[in-house]
Design a protein around this ligand. Structure first.
Ligand SMILES: O=C(O)CCC(=O)C(=O)O
Ligand SMILES: [Fe+2]
Length: 199
């Protein structure tokens, strides 16, 4: 999984600009570490009713650089579009879902966007998923490099230590699964009004 994560980061960096991957990959992402979370969602009896759907995991962004998700055939993972519409990520055998996380969003000065996603339970069946979170080391100071920010562009985040952001999210129950007031931008955004590529 770590090898796969490295490849994904490499591809993501290449998408940011020519030459960037060679220049920064080694130094910036060398000390990344990963951990695995197994999710088992059980559905309450009401889910037997027609049209009933239960929130298995509320809307959130991952705090990682990238997350790789395996979901079983039950389905229910949804991602929010820029327009705020929920879209189903239909399970497909032999495929994994890749999410950009908050750390990568901040490091890339929002050239890469952390996905807002959730899990909805529509069937009266247990659902199983596995998420591999690949993160910067706790002590890393995230500071978007000059050439990632690009000439003439504003740096959106002030430098911050990863662990401080993790604590910010984890110290508050709401911070875990509710977006409002607990995004990485709320934590380290220099100017919350910036809407770069939001439109
Ligand atoms: O269960 C899923 O499909 C997604 C899990 C997830 O988003 C997470 O563990 O952060
Ligand atoms: Fe997630």
């Amino acid at each position: 999984m770590a090898e796969l994560s490295k490849k994904i980061v490499k591809i993501a960096l290449m998408s940011l600009g020519e030459g960037l991957e060679k220049k920064h990959y080694e130094s910036e992402f060398k000390k990344c570490h990963g951990y695995l979370r197994v999710n088992n969602y059980s559905t309450p009896p009401e889910s037997l009713e027609d049209q009933h759907q239960e929130v298995g995991l509320g809307m959130h962004t991952d705090m990682s650089c990238v997350t790789i998700v395996y979901q079983d055939e039950i389905g229910g993972l949804q991602v929010r579009s820029r327009e705020g519409k929920w879209m189903d990520i239909t399970p497909c055998e032999g495929t994994l879902v890749v999410n950009v996380g908050d750390m990568f969003q901040a490091w890339s000065n929002e050239n890469l966007r952390s996905s807002e996603h959730r899990v909805i339970l529509k069937q009266p069946k247990n659902r199983f998923s596995m998420a591999f979170f690949w993160c910067f080391e706790d002590e890393k100071v995230i500071f978007a490099p000059e050439d990632v920010v690009g000439e003439g562009n504003e740096r959106i985040y002030k430098p911050f230590v990863c662990l401080d952001y993790l604590k910010f999210r984890e110290s508050n129950e709401r911070g875990k699964f509710e977006k409002v007031g607990f995004t990485v931008r709320d934590f380290a955004g220099i100017n919350h009004q910036i809407t770069k590529s939001d439109s």
